[in-house]
Design a protein around this ligand. Sequence first.
Ligand code: ATP
Length: 548
Amino acid sequence: MADASVKTTVDKVIEELEARRSFLVEAGAGAGKTTTLVEALEHSLQSQGKELKRTGRRIACITFTNVAKRKITERIHDNPLVTVATIHEFLWEIIKGFEAALWREIIEYNESLRTPEDLSELSSPLPPVQYVDRRRRLARGEISHDEVIDLALRMVTRHPKLTRLIADCYPVVFVDEYQDTSPKTIRLLLDYLAGAGRQSCVVGLFGDSMQKIYASGQGAIAHPKLTSITKHENYRCSPPVVAVLNKVRPALQQVAVGKHTHGEVHLFLNSALPSGQARLNAARQHLAELGWSDDTTSYLMLTHRGIAGALSYDTLLQHYQILGSRGRDKLLDNDEPYIEYFSRVEALCRAFRALDYAALTTLLVAGRTAITSHRDKQRIAADIRQLIAVRESGTIGEVLDHMAQQHLLSVPRKLSDLERRRNVKILEGYEAKLAEFSNTLREIPYEEVIRFVEYREQRTPFHTQHGVKGDEFDNVIVIIDDASWTQYNMGKMLTGQDLEKRLERSRNLFYVSCSRARRGLAVVFLTDIPHDALPTAHDWFSSGTVHL
Ligand SMILES: Nc1ncnc2c1ncn2[C@@H]1O[C@H](COP(=O)(O)OP(=O)(O)OP(=O)(O)O)[C@@H](O)[C@H]1O
């Protein structure tokens, strides 16, 4: 029976909240940090909800990932007394009302830049400051992600009154995954907000320094204002998976206490097979024979390029690089006219196949496809059937032509502009590049679009290793391709001999990836590991099977 006098982590957190002291919950993967954060939120809402409502205050809960944002918002039933936001959203929220002070800081910030903008001819009155999702253009009052953090820190440093106002508005600020929050944000929260305001603002940080996977992150924190709270349980992973985590991280020994009491661990080196896909296929086959199915398994890869190769949309991904350094991001963010249109084409075909007439009608109406008579419906059904066939065997150009001929989903202005301009003969610079992009895109098999959209809409079991932070799956296959990105090298990590930074980067990402598994974990090396990595490989995976 549990000893009632033993305090749980959430009890300790509540104690700090009630004493108005800031705190740090630092614990390993699967220890229940996010769960504790949610429980602490629920407690605060129960005990202070009425007071918060009466005084117009809110609790801020800053999350790093959308997974966590969704999880937390759901758990507290979207309670309006809590602002669940990313750090950028939160910081913008607190500074956006202070236009005059913001402009003063922007001008100073501009001067600190290596290539400042010419702000000598700013119009009067000054344009409103806007936070945009693209490159900064300070002369127009447009700031971007980096500026939000920098300006917020400048504002609280210079204006104690503003700091007090923010602290009064948000007497409690929780931060999930603090380790990947920037040092400037941590300074703002701990040096300025913590303890400020009439109620003495409480900053509660939750995270794990070893799960820092972004270079811009703060990593470990020691701060005099923080009470440290830690825990050694792992509620997520099965005992053999926890055994691997304990080997990777000997300084923190966890105990598996979750409901997954059985599990399995595999390390596939398969060095007799040629490097690459053949090793993954062999591992998949072996695991399938042991009962692993794609329905309960997630595949974690280091790069988008790797996923594109595995799912066969690599020509498409490669093609978007013609659009410059942000080309690939535009594709992945659905932020480009062609891919935005194809996503709707795919949604149309999916709704048709699923006989989801409500979704189908919404898409057709939004795409200005006329449906006024029974004959229209019959014609549209025949057109979509043909479209489905063209999609599977034709090129992107053939699908676009089919859509235009059959008047299915009218082509948006931005896309028709691109299509019109691709045949213009005398174009220069970026315009010429865009025309080349459109013309060559049309030659790519449309099948690649189908597979890409499935990936982007999370209908495949593939994820990037960075993208699964905070998430969990029954079975996880971590795919390692040490030839894919020079910033990481898991083979060298096993030898313990590498550049210090790369060693840490690789080890943290490996730890994050392996710790997503609830039941089964398989690590598959597509490349050969160095010979002197073998002893560690055997040691780390001694709770499972090493397939040589
Ligand atoms: N006290 C608890 N009792 C039972 N299950 C728990 C408890 N705390 C957490 N869990 C479960 O353990 C899993 C991991 O919890 P959570 O995501 O909160 O951990 P975490 O420390 O934030 O993990 P990570 O840092 O690896 O993302 C979840 O499935 C959660 O429901």
